[in-house]
Design a protein around this ligand. Structure first.
Ligand SMILES: [Zn+2]
Length: 395
C-alpha cells in the first residue's frame, strides 16, 4: 500500500499530489501534500474538493515570523498555538477564497521580498510553522511537509489539507489507501521521511581528539556527538588513513558487561579485543565504538532482559517481551562517523551479513567482508599477559 520514497519524490517533482500519513495504521488520518513552489490552481482545487476545505502551508520558523510578525502583535501570544499560526490572504488576491486566489497567496508567501505588510488576516491560507530540524526534531505534518518538499529539491514548504471520506468524516487508513489506489496517488508515512532524512543528513560531529596508547598499540581516539540526542560515540583510529585506502573497520556496539566485565553471556569482549589486534597487525584501521548498550535498549533494560533470559527466554524473545524490536542498532550513525573521518572504502570486520546491508547506501563502499575469527587463545593470551603484568607488579 505504501510507496517507496523515491517514487513519492518523483511524483512530487512532477507536481503531483501525494498523501502523507503518520504510519500504516494512520489512526489520525492523512493529508494531501504538494510542494508549495509547484502549487497550481488545479491541485489547490483538488485538495479543497476532497479535503476539509482548509488550505495549510508549512513554513520554516524564520519565514513564519516574516509573514505573521505584525499580525501576531494584534493577538495575545497565547491565542496562537505552537504549530498553527494565522490565516492570511495576499493583499491583492481578491476575496482570497477561490482556488486561484489561494494559489496566488501561496506563491506570494514564498516570494523572498514579501512580508506581513503584503498580507491580510484572517484569510484562507493557514500558516503552519515547521520546527527547525524538521521531522528529525518533531514528527508532525508541518515538518513532514517541509521536509518532503526539501528532499525533493524545493523550498522547504508544502501545501497540505486533511483528507475526508465520502461521509465527510476524517478518512481512516483503509479509506485513504482505497482512495489513493483509485486516484493513483502515492502514499508515504512520516516514519519513512524520518528514516530517509536520518540516512541522508549528517547529524554527528567531531568534538574531541587525543592519543590513546593501549595494550593493542597506539590509537587516535576521536569523540563524536549525535546532535539529535547528545549521545557520545568514539572512533579509535590506528595509523594514517588516506581517502583512497580500503580501511579495515570494525563497528562495535557497546556492551558494558562483555567489553568491561568480560561476561561469559556473550563474546563482545573477545570480539573487541580481536578487532583491535587485527587493526594493529594490519598497520592501520578504525574501530568504531557505538555507545548503544544492549543493542540499543540501554543498560537497565539489558539487565532486565538478562533476568528474563534466566527465566528461559532467548535474547530476542527477552527484548520483544520488554517491548523492543529484536535489534535496534542504528548503523547510520556509524556510516556518518566513517564519512566524517574521510573514509569511503572499507573492509568490514563482521560475522553478521545484516550489518553489511545496513551500512550500504551511505556513500560508504564495502570492498570486503572480513570474518572476525575469535581465537580463544587471543583472549586467553591477553588475559595471561595482563595477569603476568599484574604479577610482575606484585612481585
Ligand atoms: Zn555483549
Amino acid at each position: 500500500m505504501l510507496d517507496k520514497i523515491d517514487k513519492v519524490i518523483k511524483d512530487v517533482i512532477k507536481g503531483k499530489i501525494v498523501i502523507i500519513v503518520d504510519d500504516e495504521l494512520a489512526e489520525s488520518g492523512g493529508v494531501f501534500f504538494m510542494a508549495s513552489e509547484l502549487a497550481t490552481k488545479e491541485n489547490t482545487n483538488y485538495m479543497m474538493k476532497y479535503g476539509t476545505g482548509f488550505t495549510y502551508i508549512s513554513l520554516p520558523e524564520e519565514k513564519t515570523e516574516t509573514i505573521t510578525l505584525s499580525q501576531t502583535n494584534h493577538f495575545s501570544k497565547q491565542s496562537i498555538s505552537d504549530t498553527y499560526d494565522l490565516s492570511v490572504d495576499y493583499i491583492n488576491a481578491g476575496t482570497g477564497i477561490t482556488a486561484e486566489d489561494r494559489t496566488l497567496t501561496i506563491k506570494k508567501i514564498l516570494e523572498e521580498q514579501m512580508n506581513y505588510n503584503n498580507f491580510k488576516t484572517p484569510g484562507h491560507v493557514f500558516i503552519m510553522k515547521s520546527a527547525n530540524g524538521g521531522v528529525l526534531k518533531k514528527a508532525g505534518n508541518a515538518e513532514a511537509a517541509s521536509d518532503l518538499a526539501s528532499i525533493s529539491g524545493y523550498y522547504p514548504s508544502g501545501v497540505i489539507s486533511e483528507i475526508l471520506n465520502e461521509d465527510g468524516e476524517v478518512a481512516n487508513a483503509e479509506q485513504i489507501f482505497q482512495f489513493a489506489l483509485k486516484e493513483n496517488i502515492k502514499v508515504v508515512t512520516i516514519e519513512t521521511i524520518i528514516s530517509y532524512r536520518r540516512e541522508k543528513d549528517c547529524y554527528v560531529f567531531q568534538e574531541a581528539e587525543a592519543n590513546l596508547p593501549t595494550e593493542y598499540g597506539e590509537f587516535r581516539m576521536v569523540g563524536f556527538v549525535n546532535k539529535l540526542n547528545g549521545e557520545h560515540h568514539v572512533a579509535l583510529v590506528h595509523g594514517t588513513i588516506d581517502v583512497n585506502d580500503e580501511v579495515l573497520v570494525r563497528v562495535h556496539s557497546e556492551c558494558l558487561t562483555g567489553d568491561a566485565f568480560h561476561s561469559l553471556k556473550c563474546d563482545c569482549g573477545e570480539q573487541l579485543a580481536a578487532a583491535l589486534m587485527n587493526i594493529e597487525k594490519e598497520g592501520k584501521g578504525v574501530l568504531l565504538y557505538l555507545r548503544q548498550e544492549g543493542r540499543g535498549i540501554g543498560l537497565i533494560n539489558k539487565i532486565k532482559a538478562y533476568k528474563l533470559q534466566e527465566q528461559g527466554m532467548d535474547t530476542e524473545e527477552a527484548n520483544i517481551a520488554l517491548g523492543f524490536p529484536a535489534d535496534m542498532r542504528d548503523y547510520g550513525i556509524g556510516a556518518q562517523i566513517l564519512s566524517e573521518l574521510n573514509i569511503r572504502k572499507i573492509r568490514l570486520m563482521t560475522n553478521n551479513p545484516k550489518k553489511i546491508i545496513g551500512l550500504k547506501g551511505h556513500g560508504i563502499e564495502i570492498i570486503e567482508r572480513v570474518p572476525l575469527i575469535m581465537d580463544t587463545n587471543i583472549y586467553n593470551k591477553r588475559y595471561f599477559e595482563t595477569k603476568k603484568e599484574k604479577m610482575g607488579h606484585l612481585y
